[in-house]
Design a protein around this ligand. Sequence first.
Ligand SMILES: [Fe+2]
Ligand SMILES: [Fe+2]
Length: 472
Amino acid sequence: MSLKRYVSSLFRKWAQELEKPPKKESFLNKKIPLPKWALTGVVFLCLVVAILMEVGISKKHFLFAFLFSGIWSFYTTLYFEIDTEIRESQFFLIVLMFIFFILGTQFIISKNPTMFLLITPAVVSIVKFLVTKRAALFTTIATSLIASVLYQMDFSVFFISFASGIGALAFPHKVIKRSDIFLNGISIFVFMLVGVLCLHLFGVRQNVFFIIDIQNTIFTSLGAAIFVMAFLPVFEGLLGLTSDIRLVELGDFNRPLLKRLMEEAPGTYHHSLMVATLSEAAATAIGANGLLARVGAYYHDIGKIKKPQYFVENQTSENRHEKLKPEMSALIILSHVKEGILLANQYGLDECIKDFISQHHGTSVIQYFYKKASNSSPQDESTYRYPGPLPQTKETAIVMLADSVEAATRALDEPDYERIREVVNKIINNYFVTGQLNECPITLKNLQKISEVFTKTIMSIHHTRIEYPDSK
Ligand SMILES: [Fe+2]
Ligand SMILES: [Fe+2]
């Protein structure tokens, strides 16, 4: 057997290995489109059960419970837009938090009916850190309502519970250190204290000593901080969810995988840093998660460390593709996505980071090798196409765009504002018209903003004076 055929057979075997279907995903990692009615339905059921538990089961009470819960659920569905897609595990977490809330509150009431220890801020904080702020706002309202029902329709309970939930939501905006959880506890204390003061000032809680409510406020906020501190890592681990604290840890360059990227593929490492800077700026500008986009960008090309010399940013002298057929070159380039997923599994990276690895090329075609091969004979486009999936979130879509923009603008000889803007717009347009952005919730307004931010950021990276067309 000639050496060439032997090498070809090795490549074929390797390709077959990569083609093997990936391990079946755990049901908790699958993504589900979360229709508004699903979360509203859970709140509706919780309310019905809570009301019936309080007032007893009868025909009249059933009607009351259904009407009351129905009107409230309809109201929240209309006014609080829930994110269109969350992971099943996040949905599971919300349900778990509601169950914990109802059972916990019932337990406290059964021990001491005058004791007023709210679980709302603890539950809201967990949802805020592991799902979204919107879902946490929804949880604040729903749990406050349930609490007031459990405390025998006491409006003051709803008010204080709502204040404590808003406290959990309000500060800090980003929780990036474990110690920030205590700042969250202080925010809960301040908001709840204001709520308590207001009620006592207006004489709504005349039946309760002020000092007792202050005591309740201290225990509730302290309890929330301790609960979050203890259970946040547990829920992260059990449900495969990622908080901002975890993201900061994943973005640490002392982590073994990032160290390997730095040492084994320095060109890709530099490219990833550039993509991260662009992505974070763009994501923050459109209200997406900048931290997630940055850390996702660090890892997006991690698969290239398997064969760094085959990627242009790591080539020093010779171009290894010159000796290869375009099909073979494409096979190696395409493989960096699957190799990346394999490495991510090996190093225990989170699902949200794997999304960046698998989605950052969508189902685009490697045009360079496709055209090169098409010059000699007609080619099957699918050989040169990435397997996908398409980007599913704003953050992964931004990294896809930043990836191409960074590579294209790096090659520009004399980058000026107009030239960069032209290249950026061309790339974004191309991804848009080829349908690569069809499955992510990005709007045209977002794309306009992303294009602006990319252009400005690249200009500042190149340290070139910005020449606005009007200034000429
Ligand atoms: Fe890539
Ligand atoms: Fe890349």
